[in-house]
Design a protein around this ligand. Sequence first.
Ligand SMILES: Nc1ncnc2c1ncn2[C@@H]1O[C@H](COP(=O)(O)OP(=O)(O)OP(=O)(O)O)[C@@H](O)[C@H]1O
Ligand SMILES: O=c1[nH]c(=O)c2[nH+]cn([C@@H]3O[C@H](COP(=O)(O)O)[C@@H](O)[C@H]3O)c2[nH]1
Ligand SMILES: NC(=O)CC[C@H](N)C(=O)O
Ligand SMILES: [Mg+2]
Length: 529
Amino acid sequence: MADTPRPLVAVLDFGAQYGQLIARRVRDLHVYSEVVPCDISAAELGEMAPDAIILSGGPASVYADDAPDMDPAILELGIPVLGFCYGHQIMAVKLGGEVGHSDVGEYGPAQLMRLGSSPLLDGTPNEVQTVWMSHRDSVSRAPEGFMVTARTEACPVAVMEDPRRRLFSTQFHPEVRHTEHGERILRNFLFDICHLEPSWTMDNIVEEKVAQIREQVGDAKVILALSGGVDSAVAAALVHRAVGDQLTCVFVDHGLLRAGEPESVDHVFREVFNIPLVHVHAEERYARLLAGVTEPEEKRRIIGTEFWKVFFEEAQKLGDVTYLAQGTIYPDIIESGARKTGGKASTIKSHHNLIPFPEGVHFDLIEPLDHFFKDEVRELGTTLGLPDEVVYRQPFPGPGLAIRIIGDVTPEKLEMLKGADRIVREELDAYNARLFEETGERNSAHSCWQYFAVLPDIKSVGVMGDERTYQRPVIVRAVESSDAMTADWAKLPWEVLGTISKRIVDEVPGINRVCYDVTSKPPATIEWE
Ligand SMILES: Nc1ncnc2c1ncn2[C@@H]1O[C@H](COP(=O)(O)OP(=O)(O)OP(=O)(O)O)[C@@H](O)[C@H]1O
Ligand SMILES: O=c1[nH]c(=O)c2[nH+]cn([C@@H]3O[C@H](COP(=O)(O)O)[C@@H](O)[C@H]3O)c2[nH]1
Ligand SMILES: NC(=O)CC[C@H](N)C(=O)O
Ligand SMILES: [Mg+2]
């Protein structure tokens, strides 16, 4: 753990819906934070030596048979602890307090009333403040040594504190934006109670990452999987800063890219970055491998496996390459339910860059962004001096258009999808640009974060020029988000949707209908496969 930034806050995850959100809030306050599974032992956690611990919420009831448990010795490590909701309840139980199951739950806003002086609530209103609750169980008696410093109508122990042992907990959720003074409470804990230094700034991160990469790589050669997307561009800038001309970038054209993309990646990376770039033409091998494949995870597996093979072949050609760098980010790992988080998240979809190496292929991986969220990656890109046109590109998945064509991938379908997608991008790029001009914000409340077309595996009847058509529809997907972990469908003006629809049907042969996807994530995901 020598590489972990300091100070460090460990978030014990009891299965909270948005466990990552707590880590994010802490990181927003410039303190590095990582999520660890709740069943970590006190010894393991002691080795990690966090400077503070946060216990997350969770869906279970503390007294249920299969309720997630924690090692009580963690509360005796002498490290300050702050618990939320389930974390509040389990702390009470472990230290000899009582938790009861109440008849009425508290969900959503609640009025918090303070009961005297409180280091945790310092600087928040003395009378009432709005907090966000989501619970059924309640602490009915605080453990010995604790003072109860706030309550709500339904919850007698809404906040409890033992400043001597530096143990604190709240029934409500300070990490959600709807808790009025949540940020202040978190600040009180981190800075006034734990005395942490807010030193996790982008400049420090760049320095630290560059030093780490340099140490890891020494004078070996590195290839970097470059897609032209934000993550790999930022990774390239970091690795290049660390090892200079030991780096070669490899861009794979698998034939599943958007119209105009291969040319623009070539241009940006040769002209703007001046990093050696190998452009691999793998269109035919991918077309062959994907022919007739319809199952989404199977597509992802094939594409991911072939990526590894291509990179390995290029590495052999360059000779002596041990390291492969790529722009893996935190959500890729979380959603793939893959390595490293160690948590209880289930597999939603296998991101291509996390698929196991096929036989005969091996690299040591360099993934400098594997603990960052998208918006943090963008900030890092700006700090590294990357131009806005790279930093604010919309994300594009590695498996490309293959996961936007439902059913098998054929050259005809690819052509149709590319045509429709180009129009969606042109119209929504322009829409975003207008909003940017009006608001001065890159990701304002109504701008689209990601937008594209999807080609489903169905046909429908239409009439064009007095003639019957029996052709495909296209689905337009446009979402608002900041980190792809959650998203809402974009409330686009009717005129914009109308123009997109008309242009697609007029300009793209084979398409006679346009639909708009109005589902948030969750329950849907951003991509269709
Ligand atoms: N066509 C490609 N050629 C080479 N590497 C690729 C390609 N597509 C994806 N990758 C690798 O897989 C990683 C993950 O892809 P992903 O799409 O998440 O990131 P990105 O393309 O860098 O950024 P963005 O999410 O903004 O599109 C990339 O960072 C890159 O290392
Ligand atoms: O590089 C990638 N390889 C993949 O296999 C992959 N699958 C989804 N995505 C992108 O991740 C974000 C979240 O997507 P979902 O809501 O569809 O899971 C969205 O931004 C998606 O475009 C991928 N990116
Ligand atoms: N959000 C939570 O952590 C809920 C805790 C517990 N399951 C309750 O209902 O009280
Ligand atoms: Mg991409």
